[in-house]
Design a binder for this molecule. Structure first.
Ligand code: HEC
Length: 98
């Protein structure tokens, strides 16, 4: 009985650690956008803000940049450098920002 509770606690801890690691990974991936779009996506000087952008919208816009469906001066080049999985990580991060 005691061991079962211990095992449950250990697996819950493992789950929390995985979630935390994901957050850090997403943030690291998203930090590549900060130089232009501002810290955590809070832009200054009229740049498009990324903070709070819904996940679906971010994924769609990045795909549109890649296929040139969305006109761009440089994002079309940049978007091509990310895999779908990386875009999803970035989208998760910015969607979670206020
Ligand atoms: C070197 C500067 C630069 C970097 C780095 C950069 N962007 Fe951009 N971003 C732009 C510019 C400029 C635009 C406006 C479109 C264009 O001209 O390319 C833009 C537009 C966007 C838009 C469209 C915003 C809207 O609401 O229409 C999205 C989404 C976006 N960027 C996401 C990202 C993501 C995600 C990253 C990081 C992987 C990133 N950008 C990194 C310069 C940058």
């Amino acid at each position: 009985m005691k061991y079962r509770k211990l095992a449950l606690a250990a697996s819950l801890l493992g789950f929390a650690a995985t979630a935390l690691a994901d957050d850090v990974l997403n943030r690291n991936m998203a930090s590549a956008c900060a130089s232009c779009h501002g810290t955590n996506g809070h832009s200054v000087g009229g740049m498009d803000p990324l903070a709070g952008m819904p996940k679906d919208e971010m994924i769609r816009k990045m795909k549109d940049f890649r296929t040139d469906a969305k006109p761009a001066t440089l994002m079309h080049q940049l978007a091509k450098g990310y895999t779908d999985q990386q875009v999803e990580m970035i989208a998760n991060y910015y969607a979670a920002q206020k």
